[in-house]
Design a protein around this ligand. Structure first.
Ligand SMILES: Nc1ncnc2c1ncn2[C@@H]1O[C@H](COP(=O)(O)OP(=O)(O)OP(=O)(O)O)[C@@H](O)[C@H]1O
Length: 416
């Protein structure tokens, strides 16, 4: 088991991780989620003894990593797939790691087979694609056949088949009783891979619960109701009847109504009582991805200043009305359920009710006055952030490496 207690890491003025406490248990895949710069990699580095906590502790099986007996046989990790000697072949890279840890050479060939790199084992890794590099990093993590595995963004650069493979690998490793801790930005992927989720934002715990609980706490049920297009008065009549009965009714872009707070049979009965014919009455559920976006939107450090849709929109003709908003797009959680802290099970020792910057969470989980809220003061502006300083500038995006011709045998720097 991995256990963090009050884990905090500061780099000068920057607080990367703040008072983080959680447990990662064996036999399950635990997803570690959070926006860019939220502190996932820093936490993983502290777990692996590569960074010292400013305060707090983190242990694996009761020991700090550096005091763990025979650590490479107990813990395997993929942190940065690019951290390899590019001049070495995949096999020689793994062989050198194996020799350092007293792992027999035959294990190298085993793990090359597990990750599907056996055919390119003798190629220099600097010619590897992003996905092949990830596979090599996963092979290195598996080398010591460890009980505890940490993967930082393992599906980065993988194609759909590779993503499925990683998903199944993680599940298989957990089914063998291992502790599997996987970081990702992708809620949708984690929902399919993980049994348990730890979500952080700006270095602080936002959620720590099973995927099942996360889904029930965050996915909002709603009904879509459509009345005959030819009789707009029926739509008005139904809206009044549903609202009077305690429902929350919002217009959809295609003229239908989105109704929350009333079960489908009740909507049907109310429509019948109001003498309103229905063309559609269907159950829907807001996606988990949307719920995650909403939960973390107040804790996003790097946000584009450009409206990505701006260049795609046609100018409206004079006098024309803009289209109805599409639910979940451009509006901060307007039909969102309460966040897990409010509507779901509270997590013991979880993030405080006030946001990391002292703002109270809004009705839909985002701290009120988050940078995306129209007209709200920017709580991240200098001088207003009591707990942590303002965000660093967005990191530059490195270009993806050019694909290499792997059919050619390349000479190795240190061929064995
Ligand atoms: N060595 C360092 N020196 C100074 N600041 C750092 C250092 N390492 C990380 N940080 C800062 O700490 C914060 C957390 O970074 P970290 O890499 O842990 O986030 P992350 O959640 O892994 O991000 P991403 O999803 O983009 O990989 C960031 O603001 C980052 O700039």
């Amino acid at each position: 088991m991995i256990e963090a207690v009050g884990l905090t890491k500061r780099y000068g003025d920057k607080t990367a991780v703040y008072n983080l406490s959680f447990q990662v248990r064996p036999g399950t895949v635990t997803g570690f989620l959070g926006p860019n710069g939220s502190g996932k990699s820093t936490t993983m580095r502290m777990i692996l003894g590569l960074d010292n906590p400013t305060s707090g502790t983190v242990t694996i099986g009761g020991y700090p990593y550096r005091k763990l007996p025979n650590a490479p046989r107990q813990v395997g990790a993929l942190l940065d797939a690019k951290a390899v000697h590019g001049g070495r072949s995949a096999r020689n890279h793994l062989l050198s790691l194996a020799q350092l840890s007293g792992i027999p050479a035959r294990r190298v060939d085993e793990v090359l087979g597990v990750v599907g790199l056996q055919d390119v084992a003798k190629k220099r890794s600097k010619g590897f694609s992003l996905g092949m590099g990830q596979r090599l990093g996963i092979a290195a993590a598996l080398l010591g056949d460890p009980q505890v595995l940490l993967f930082d963004e393992p599906v980065n650069g993988l194609d759909p088949e590779g993503i499925l493979w990683v998903r199944n690998l993680m599940k298989a490793l957990a089914a063998e009783g291992r502790t599997v801790f996987v970081s990702s930005h992708l809620m949708s992927e984690m929902a399919l891979t993980a049994d348990h989720l730890i979500v952080i934002g700006r270095g602080q715990l936002l959620s720590d619960m099973s995927v099942t609980d996360f889904i029930s706490a965050n996915s909002a049920d709603f009904a879509r109701v459509r009345t005959p297009d030819t009789e707009p008065q029926l739509r008005e009549k139904l809206t009044s009847a549903l609202t009077e009965a305690g429902g929350h009714v919002l217009p959809e872009q295609d003229g239908a109504l989105r109704v929350t707070g009333l079960p489908l049979p009740r909507i049907s009965d109310l429509a019948h009582a109001a003498d309103v014919r229905l063309w559609e009455l269907s159950p829907h559920q807001a996606s988990l991805e949307e719920a995650y976006m909403r939960m973390t939107q107040g804790a996003v450090d790097y946000r584009s200043t450009v409206d990505q849709k701006a260049g795609l929109q046609q100018p409206l003709p004079p006098g024309a009305q803009p289209p109805m908003p599409v639910p979940g797009q451009g509006q901060a959680g307007w039909y969102a359920p309460p966040p897990p802290q409010q509507g779901g099970r509270p997590v013991p020792g979880q993030a405080p009710a006030a946001g990391p910057y002292g703002a109270q969470p809004g009705p839909y989980g985002a701290p009120q006055g988050h940078p995306g809220a129209p007209g709200a003061p920017n709580p991240y502006a200098q001088g207003q952030a009591p707990a942590m300083p303002a965000a660093a500038p967005a990191p530059a995006v490195a270009p993806a490496p050019a694909p290499a011709d792997l059919t050619k045998t390349q000479p190795e720097d240190d061929a064995r």
